[in-house]
Design a protein around this ligand. Structure first.
Ligand code: PLP
Length: 324
């Protein structure tokens, strides 16, 4: 007798959190728990013996490298975030490049024609589609209010079935901020970040998957591009990082404003404009006179995401102008 599956589904009881039922942006990519574990997945699947990574990146990427025992070598990027490849890349090694702030797609395309075993870190470029044959990963929490989650574009999957992650224990900052404001949720955010460290590769939790299926991606794209272009119109002449306003394929994570004022970030934070440092570990990894050290100090990532309208951008711009 055929089992009636519907009969197994619980019916009734309390009502759950209601989220709109839509579609994910990358339904066909491998669903994983974190971006760093997506890198581990690639290293295991491709059996690389060595990886080149930029000094200008997040130190959590060392987790999968240490765990797999793959050798690594740092390389430099210049002040325009372009890689400086003044060495021979070993033929069976891989080369990781970050699509910085989501504005380096042209560089990604150029590298894909030159480097055999290229890996693209699109953690800051959620909407940049993967290039055919280029292993590419995404970390969802940099763009959306999710506790974790990653996508990976890779040709061949690992043969073993992965355990499924759970996210509920790292969710508190996402709901505390609704009740009590973004500042009240900050210490939870830091603790929940800590909880992402040194986890095994698992597939994306049902909770994160569900949230990612409820997002209006078209709206996110529209708002990010509009806010980015507004800031660029007013800040391009002061910005030491050179790039064009966005085209339809570019959906940045933030507006990267590069200035020689080493204190601008602190001034903005004092005015409640919470700008991050990408990345604090770069101060430990590099000497003071390097471009990466300068970028970590002086690059101001201005928020442009889907939470903000043009009035917010205008207010932020007016505050920023006090210090220009
Ligand atoms: C550029 C970059 N790549 C990868 C990661 C890792 O992503 P996840 O936290 O999802 O492991 C981070 C930050 O955490 C990052 O800043």
């Amino acid at each position: 007798m055929q089992k009636n599956k519907a009969a197994l589904k619980p019916i009734g009881g309390y009502l759950e959190l209601e989220l709109p039922k839509g579609n994910e942006y990358y339904p066909d990519l491998v669903h994983l728990n974190t971006g760093r574990n997506a890198l581990e997945y690639i290293l295991i699947q491709k059996k690389y013996h060595k990886i080149y990574i930029p000094y200008f990146t997040c130190d959590v990427l060392l987790e999968p490298i240490t765990r797999t025992g793959v050798q690594y070598q740092f390389y430099h990027v210049d002040r325009q975030l372009d890689p400086i490849i003044d060495f021979d890349i070993e033929h069976d090694a891989c080369f990781l490049y970050t699509n910085y702030f989501g504005i380096k797609q042209a560089k990604v395309a150029e590298l894909s024609g030159k480097i055999k075993n290229l890996i693209i870190d699109n953690s800051q470029a959620f909407f940049s589609e993967p290039l055919a044959g280029v292993d590419t990963f995404y970390s969802c929490r940099k763009f959306f209010g999710v506790p974790d989650g990653a996508y990976l574009s890779i040709k061949r999957k690992l043969p073993k079935k992965l355990p499924v992650d759970t996210s509920v224990h790292r969710f508190s900052h996402l709901i505390k901020s609704i009740d009590s404001g973004i500042e009240a949720g900050y210490s939870d955010y830091m603790n929940n970040n800590k909880d992402l460290e040194n986890n095994e590769i698992r597939s994306m939790s049902l909770l994160t998957h569900r949230i990612l299926s409820s997002i209006n991606y078209n709206e996110c794209v529209f708002v990010r591009q509009r806010n980015f272009n507004f800031l660029h119109k007013h800040l391009a002449e002061f910005n030491l990082l050179k790039f064009e306003a966005t085209d339809e394929h570019t959906v940045p994570m933030v507006y990267p404003f590069l200035t020689n004022d080493r204190h601008l970030k602190v001034h903005l934070i004092q005015k409640k404009i919470y700008v991050a440092t990408y990345w604090p570990n770069v101060f430990k990894w590099t000497k003071k006179n390097t471009d990466e050290n300068y970028l970590a100090q002086c690059l101001v990532p201005l928020p442009i995401d889907q939470r903000y309208d043009l009035q917010d951008m205008f207010n932020m711009l007016n505050t920023l102008r006090l210090f220009l």
